[in-house]
Structure formats: structure tokens, C-alpha cells
Design a binder for this molecule. Structure first.
Ligand code: B16
Ligand code: MG
Length: 218
């Protein structure tokens, strides 16, 4: 198989657990609208963009809103979410993430972020990981959501590498599918029953080092 020249990382659920803050903010919004919202529904929003997440919550609650109401509600949720991420500290980086990023860079492997979030840069600054990435592709510059491969293809392009030389790290089914349709190999972060389409599934980045990656995927 092809050499590993670049690694592309999803943010939420791979580098940092911001899902708990998304959950709190979406629950507050849903409950204010009279809609019940549990962790089970929150699972389905992982990797899904802000407005698409809101549209799903409204659909589950049987509510319809026009475009300007949708924008206002999405902005309100984001205000609450940003209040929480502003309090994040570097110790919220998920186990093994910093170590793997350091090892990849020390071995000349290029690194990009590939996230649906429009808050990714703020989060990376908060956890002191901004400088670990050679390129950042996120919800502020992509137009098509995962499972469309745009976010990862753009990352490969910015790093100047072919998709077949890139490895994607993803915790969401839609993200695994995006990597596959972009022609990349993918490591699923989470449960193998859910992420069975990935080439290799591990519980977290602390289970990975470059040698293991090369053994599993090269
Ligand atoms: P924002 P990822 C995704 O991040 C989250 O998993 C998803 O729950 C969220 O709705 C989306 O970012 C948009 O986030 O509201 O900050 O733009 O997993 O693609 O890194
Ligand atoms: Mg994710």
C-alpha cells in the first residue's frame, strides 16, 4: 500500500471532547423550544454542521422555522457554546493526541485539521495546539458537509499530498465515509460496531504511534 505522508484529524471526538459542550448548548435550546433532547439524539449530531444539527432537532420536535429564525436560533446556541469553550484548558486534550501530533511532525509527516466546526481555530488556541497543524480546514471554508469528502480533499491539497498518501482520523460515521470517498485510508476513533467501514478502529489516539500506523495501514 501507499506510503503515509500526511495525517488529517477531525477535531471534536478525536483531539478534544467538545461534544459535551455541544450537548449542553443544544439541550438548552431544544428545551426552551419545548423539545426533549437526550444524549442519544446528540450522538446523531456528531460531525454534522451547526445549521443541519438545528434542522434535525426541529424535525425531531415537529417544529418548522423560517430561514431568519433558523439563523437566530443557531447563533443563540453558538453563543452558549462559545461561552463554554472559552473556559477550556489544555488539559482537555484527549489522551495521546499531543504525543501523536509531536511524533508525526518529528518524522516529517504533514498534519491538517479537517473539522465541520466554525469554532475550530478558537478551540485549538484554547488548548494550545494551533501550532501543531500545517493546515486548518473547517466549517468556515468548506461548503459541503461530511460525508462529502470536500473537507479532507481540501486538506490534502493544502498539504500538497495525494489522497492515497493521507490517513484520516475520525470519530463520526459521516467522517469515515467522507475519507473513504476521498480515496484516503481512515482510522476510526471509537467503537468498531459503529465505525466498521474504517480500515482500523481504536478507542483513542493513545492507542496509536507511527510504527503501529505503518504496520496497520502501509
Ligand atoms: P460549530 P467535528 C463538529 O466537529 C461537531 O462534531 C458537531 O457536533 C458540530 O455541530 C459541528 O462540528 C459544527 O460545530 O457549531 O462549532 O460550527 O467533529 O467535525 O470536528
Ligand atoms: Mg468528530
Amino acid at each position: 500500500m501507499s506510503e503515509i505522508k500526511a495525517c488529517l484529524f477531525d477535531l471534536d471526538g478525536v483531539i478534544v471532547d467538545t461534544a459535551k459542550y455541544h450537548f449542553k448548548a443544544w439541550k438548552r435550546l431544544a428545551n426552551e423550544l419545548g423539545i426533549d433532547f437526550t444524549e442519544k439524539e446528540n450522538e446523531q449530531l456528531k460531525g454534522v454542521s451547526r445549521v443541519e444539527s438545528l434542522q434535525l432537532i426541529l424535525k425531531w420536535g415537529g417544529l418548522e422555522k423560517n430561514d431568519s429564525e433558523l439563523q437566530n436560533l443557531a447563533t443563540l446556541k453558538n453563543t452558549w457554546y462559545v461561552d463554554m469553550i472559552n473556559k477550556m484548558k489544555a488539559d482537555e486534550i484527549l489522551p495521546g493526541a499531543r504525543e501523536l501530533l509531536n511524533e508525526l511532525r518529528a518524522n516529517g509527516i504533514k498534519i491538517a485539521l479537517g473539522s465541520a466546526s466554525k469554532n475550530s481555530e478558537a478551540i485549538l488556541f484554547k488548548i494550545n495546539l494551533y501550532d501543531a497543524f500545517d493546515a486548518i480546514v473547517d466549517g468556515t471554508i468548506v461548503s459541503k458537509s461530511k460525508p462529502d469528502p470536500e473537507v479532507f480533499l481540501k486538506g490534502a491539497e493544502l498539504l500538497g499530498e495525494k489522497p492515497e498518501n493521507c490517513i484520516v482520523f475520525e470519530d463520526a460515521v459521516a467522517g469515515v465515509e467522507a475519507a473513504i470517498s476521498g480515496g484516503m485510508r481512515v482510522v476510526g476513533i471509537g467503537e468498531s460496531q459503529t465505525l466498521y467501514k474504517a480500515d482500523w478502529v481504536v478507542s483513542g489516539l493513545d492507542q496509536i504511534n507511527l510504527k503501529k500506523l505503518q504496520n496497520q495501514l502501509s
